[in-house]
Write a protein that binds this ligand. Structure first.
Ligand SMILES: [Zn+2]
Length: 367
């Protein structure tokens, strides 16, 4: 090309410059259903509890990375087993999965609970844990030796939270329950909650007025955050404020370092958008750096592998349709149809990937 006469060289360079600009302009403003498997995505809240690779295989097929979260939950295998499963998949699929550890409340009343918890968490960090989960058993279930419920703003936790912060590890908090848990069935927002709480009366707080109210659960979490404003904090399940995007917005404004995941609360967002789509759409655009895509999909130890894969794929696809397109759609959580949010591609990239990468830098490494 450098042997070309000057005018031809100018024409050639201009041609390539124009081509480059056209290519830049081609970056999509909007994704489609066809982009689903092409776009890199992260589901930042799942529970991989089985020792078969079905979840990882489906994640690979659908271009997802995962954060599997250990929880001290009686329906799950013991925390040590969950951690072992997570580590197995981490070594088999290092760039596909990362894991969050947790700690037991057992021994809370003994002198050395803090020390033991710190040692346990340190060992999980050494084993590769990239976040720590605190669960709703704090505030809703665990009682001290005097039978008082231990709330999350208890000063005994502060040393633990400081340790986590000092290691630059994010704290993932599940505080309380969806507001539906405190409401009569006919006032609940989504069908999933109606079914769950009717079948689990022991967890249905509407039937247990002796337990702390919804507001008390939210204030305990907020007081804890007031004390620990500098920690990196993800309030899972839309900070349990899923019933109102205005309330989530207030929470995010009040705690500028906090982010939220949408795990298992997409139905409540769809409910609100079926009433005021533009309001919900603007909420996602305004807080595009603070909301993380997640599902809470749990792989049971003994589930049917093909059925599970199919379910995961369909769930991810339905969410993609809602956030990416403006199609009219239905989901089992709602009785009527509603329209997708058709969020801009740049917002989708943040929601589905970039915000999680920022929260957990290096979590999905190649080694
Ligand atoms: Zn979960």
């Amino acid at each position: 090309m450098f042997n070309l006469p000057g005018y031809l060289r100018t024409i050639t360079l201009t041609f390539f410059a124009v081509l480059f600009l056209v290519w830049m302009g081609c970056e999509p403003n909007q994704y489609t259903m066809e982009d689903f498997s092409k776009v890199e995505k992260i589901d930042v809240h799942v529970h991989v509890n089985a020792d078969n690779p079905a979840f990882l295989e489906q994640a690979q097929a659908d271009n997802f990375r995962l954060l599997t979260i250990n929880v001290d939950y009686p329906d799950f295998p013991p925390v040590e087993v969950q951690q072992k499963v997570a580590m197995t998949w981490k070594s088999a699929y290092p760039d596909r999965i990362a894991y969050a550890s947790t700690f037991y409340m057992t021994g809370w009343d003994s002198e050395d609970w803090q020390q033991k918890t710190i040692e346990h968490l340190d060992s999980t960090f050494a084993a590769g844990a990239v976040a720590v989960k605190i669960w709703k058993n704090i505030g809703m279930d665990f009682r001290d030796k005097d039978s008082n419920l231990v709330m999350v703003d208890d000063p005994k936790f502060d040393k633990i939270f400081r340790l986590i912060h000092s290691k630059n590890i994010p704290l993932l908090s599940h505080a309380g329950e969806p507001k539906d848990c405190w409401l009569p069935v006919e006032e609940m927002m989504v069908n999933g909650d109606k079914a769950y709480f009717q079948h689990h009366p022991q967890y249905y707080m509407y039937l247990h007025p002796e337990m702390p109210s919804y507001e008390e659960q939210m204030s305990a979490r907020d007081r804890m955050l007031e004390k620990n404003k500098d920690i990196t904090f993800m309030a899972v399940h839309l900070a349990s404020l899923e019933w109102s995007v205005d309330e989530i917005a207030k929470f995010l404004d009040r705690f500028p370092k906090a982010v939220v995941d949408i795990a298992a609360r997409t139905g409540q967002v769809q409910y609100q958008s079926s009433r005021d789509r533009e309001k919900v759409r603007q909420f996602f655009i305004k807080y595009q750096d603070r909301i993380l895509y997640a599902t809470d999909i749990t792989q049971e130890v003994n589930g049917d592998v093909n059925e599970f894969k199919q379910g995961v794929h369909e769930g991810w696809l339905s969410d993609w349709k809602y956030f990416v397109t403006d199609s009219t759609m239905t989901v089992s959580d709602l009785d009527s149809s509603f329209q997708g949010l058709a969020l801009p591609a740049k917002v989708i990239d943040k929601f589905y990937r970039i915000n999680s990468e920022k929260l957990l830098p290096g979590a999905w490494n190649k080694e």
